[in-house]
Design a protein around this ligand. Structure first.
Ligand code: BES
Ligand code: MN
Ligand code: ZN
Length: 484
């Protein structure tokens, strides 16, 4: 999708479809000379948050979309919530129309205290979501949205422009993240992810991609990572993309993503029902590659390193067994009591690896546990951190981006669930507090830097529908703030 900033008069803007809030619809209609027609539409439809009334006009624009409710005396927070609903409704309506171009009168919408920047971001985020399609494997592409361009009309030119740039960059990143997630696992394997990561640095001077293959991974002593990929015919890769957008002296933000391109469970094989969902077990990796794409597109003035720990978890004659003991890159040993708790095994070595970058902060993102889905559902990602500043920054970025996360405890009390009789730790605890215990496991490899962990098992995809791209909206917001 391409976004454009426009100025001037709503009534005279060149567009196929004009989008206005209900509160200014009559004014706009009068300026366009269609008072009577639009009046009939308004009288024949109800005013409610999230409602869309359509007026079909002669000439251009051929569509006028009238959005939301009329009410004026709500408080600022209620207005912002109503605006978010209106933005989603408007975006869905635009994407469903057979027009190539739409323009939204941003200034006319009342969103409480939100300025043109926030309103534009909210609107275009909704458009990005509504217009996304994944069709490479469909013989007929009839599902594709016709919409190509969305314009925002605002007198606050500088704010709208800045919002537009950020929205465009996020859309670029989200498209990549969702596409990677939705690819089938026979195509999207670790080699495929490595190729996609290389594309990010192609032709861009301040971006480099490094791909560690299994022999290099072995040399580094990443025994936990290797234990996961052993059963697979497609070799694992540790993928690193380094973007130098900031000052040379600035410590980088490091994002680490779980990239299990398919999770069968390994020898502790999963049940067959719903196993197809495990193609999305690389959504953490997809979100960090998407974050890199967005940072490059927005030319954010920060140093950013993303790492995708990519492997396939398969059973087989060479696969790890329950009770195997491996040595991690950190030197700590792990008794693998369940081969289906593989995410933490690839991530722990990635966390040890990133120490070399002397990070300002490390955030890992993983579809790590079914327990997270039970605890929070798709509404919020689980947030864990060993640093309050990083946790707060991520959580407020998530609130702003409407991509929420909820902080969970990382108390020492939970650590003993990982006690092992034979090694430094087991890779699983019991049934209790599964998402927390998984985070506790990771925390043992993240002692040398401010660190946060996002368990996105419930938020990363919608079964049978597709990848959501989450938590990229929150991550991008976090990076934008880190850059300013
Ligand atoms: N990839 C799964 C977690 C998952 C489950 C993601 C459902 C999305 C939806 C992970 O590798 C896994 O299998 N976790 C196990 C851990 C257990 C063995 C301690 C789980 O959650 O059951
Ligand atoms: Mn698993
Ligand atoms: Zn998994």
């Amino acid at each position: 999708m391409r976004y454009a900033s426009k100025t001037g008069n709503a009534a005279s803007v060149a567009t196929d479809c004009l989008v206005v809030p209900r509160r200014t619809a009559r004014e706009v209609a009068a300026a366009m000379g269609v008072t009577e027609h639009v009046g009939l539409v308004l009288d024949g439809t109800t005013s409610a948050p999230g409602s869309v009334a359509r007026a079909y006009l002669k000439g251009r624009p051929s569509r006028l979309l009238i959005v939301g409710a009329d009410d004026k005396d709500a408080d600022a927070e209620t207005k912002l919530a109503a605006f978010r609903r209106d933005a989603k409704a408007a975006a869905t309506a635009i994407a469903a129309l057979d027009v190539a171009d739409a323009t939204v009168c941003v200034d006319d919408f009342d969103a409480g205290k939100a300025d043109a920047y926030t309103k534009t971001r909210t609107l275009l985020a909704a458009v990005s979501h509504a217009a996304y399609r994944f069709t490479p494997y469909k013989s007929t592409k009839t599902q594709a949205a016709k919409l190509r361009r969305v314009g925002v009309l605002s007198r606050q030119r500088a704010k709208a422009r800045r919002a537009l740039g950020h929205a465009q960059a996020l859309d670029d990143g989200l498209t990549l993240a969702k596409d990677l997630g939705n690819q089938p696992p026979n195509i999207c394997n670790p080699t495929f992810l490595a190729r996609e990561a290389r594309r990010l640095s192609r032709g861009v001077g301040n971006v480099t991609t490094t791909v560690l293959d299994e022999s290099k991974i072995s040399e580094l002593g990443m025994g936990a990572f290797l234990s996961v990929t052993r059963g697979s015919a497609t070799p694992g890769k540790m993928i690193i993309v380094n973007y130098k957008g900031g000052n040379p002296g600035d410590k980088p933000v490091v994002l680490v993503g779980k990239g299990i391109t398919f999770d069968t469970g390994g020898i502790n094989i999963k049940g067959s029902s719903g196993m197809d969902e495990m193609k999305w077990d690389m959504c953490g990796a997809a979100s960090v590659l998407g974050a890199m794409k967005a940072a490059i597109s927005a030319e954010l003035p920060i140093n950013l390193i993303v790492v995708a720990a990519a492997a396939e978890n398969m059973p087989g004659g060479r696969a790890s067994r329950p009770s195997d003991i491996v040595t991690t890159m950190s030197g700590q040993t792990v008794e693998i009591m369940n081969t289906d708790a593989e995410g933490r095994l690839v991530l722990c070595d990635a966390l040890t690896y990133v120490k070399r970058f002397k990070p300002a902060a490390v955030v890992d993102i993983a579809t790590l546990t079914g327990a997270q889905v039970v605890a929070l559902g798709p509404q919020a990602s689980a947030l864990y951190a060993n640093d309050d500043a990083v946790a707060d920054a991520l959580a407020s970025a998530g609130d702003e981006a409407d991509d929420r996360m909820w902080r969970m405890p990382l108390w020492d009390d939970y650590q003993s669930a990982l006690d092992s009789a034979f090694a430094d730790m087991k890779n699983v605890g019991g049934r209790a507090a599964g998402s927390i215990v998984a985070a506790c496991f990771l925390s043992r490899f993240a002692k040398d830097f401010p660190w946060a962990h996002l368990d996105i098992a419930g938020s990363a995809y919608v079964s049978g529908k597709g990848s959501t791209g989450r938590p990229l909206p929150a991550l991008f917001e976090y990076l934008v703030k880190a850059a300013s």
